[in-house]
Design a protein around this ligand. Sequence first.
Ligand code: BES
Ligand code: ZN
Length: 468
Amino acid sequence: MPYAPTLAWKGLEGPEEAHLVATATQRMAKYSEFLRIPSVSALPEHAADCRAAAEWLAVELRRIGAERVEVSETGGHPIVVAEKIVDPSLPTVVVYGHYDVQPGDPLDLWKTSPFEPIVRDGRMLGRGSADDKGQIVIHLSALEALVGTRGTLPVNVKYLFEGEEESSSINLEAWMAANPERCSGDAVIISDSGFFDGNRPALTVGLRGITYIQVDVRASDVDLHSGSYGGSVVNPANALAAMIASLHDANGRITVPGFYDDVVELTPADRAAFAALPFDEANYLAGIGASATAGESGFSTVERRGGRPTLDVNGIWGGFTGDGSKTIIPAHAHAKISCRLVTAQDPEKISRQLEAALRAAAPAGLHVEVQNLGNGDAFLTPLGDPYLTAAAGALEATFGVPPLYIREGGSIPIAALFQKRLGLPVVLLGFTPPDDNAHAPNESMDLGNFEGGIRAVIRALDAIATIG
Ligand code: BES
Ligand code: ZN
């Protein structure tokens, strides 16, 4: 049974509650201001907007009492760092979020305009409202309430807000290596994930990795008359379709040689955990207007989504796509393909294997180019970590039920970076409900989750302060 949606959350016991209530209107105004900046990291024409969002964050962080606030260069979109170190003997928590967003299109499917946020039916609507600006505002609001009432924090906090998460965080690793002190601490909280079902809180304990490529195929210098040339030369669009079709077998398994070699198979305990989730397939399908599930045989839908690797075409184009008909053999065709990966698949290795499989499937006469557009490692964290337990307690105290522990199909490349490169425990404490339409038209954030999220962050920081 899905958990009955409720906007209920429990206010704080201390003076922070009154502070949060008194500043609610101002908070919504700031949230809207942030959402109005179209910081789309993938589109070069929005580079100045990305910088504006970073500057906006820096101004906010300074206003609410953060220190050492800096808009730090990466070679791409800047990273905003700040901190509040109250006592070196206390734990230091690194808080991560991303201020970049996905493009707003397709605009015609939005009920409102993506960068003109509006509150409707208890939700904030707008691109980035959930993924991930709303979750950054949750942390800023928690900081503001704590500093505004206690004048201090229960723990030390370092903030790291990047601007390239939606473009595979391409400059992040090098930046972290060059700025180790700005991302060092005892644990990391990433707020860029969400709940599992309805308003029931969840802690994400697994994320998939990713590799993303673009393949461009070409067979002639110009489009050809399909009557004069059809049947005599290779058609790049036909060929690309066949190459892509060859990457799966009839059971939905990926046929790229070596693809499954490093996959850590799901254990009986993993499978039991997936089976225990309150997943309602009919609801899931109805929510997206789909009529059937699909994928690798032998696994349930939640397993395929959270615990198995995939290969998907994200976009495919070539030839004549206008109205009416035009009889040509296109000169070239293109596809963007990504694989979601699980531990311990190496994204770079998979990218090379995928390229090799595509080349092997290409017919004579077809020129194939493949470029890698990004990689990110999968993430899995053990249950029972004290920081995870602290976050679980904070969620239960706020939302009235214990959180579910879930594995998500999405990717947050920095999670594995923090875990593997810096050896830090990583807690994915996110607040967006599953129907938030992240990356899609009409993205929104449930304001109950938003307000509850602020209380949960404060409770989590208080709980972390007691970890010895
Ligand atoms: N917030 C998402 C990641 C996410 C998605 C977490 C679903 C939990 C559930 C993040 O902003 C995102 O979309 N990441 C990209 C990363 C990619 C571009 C490397 C993704 O997963 O597509
Ligand atoms: Zn995100």
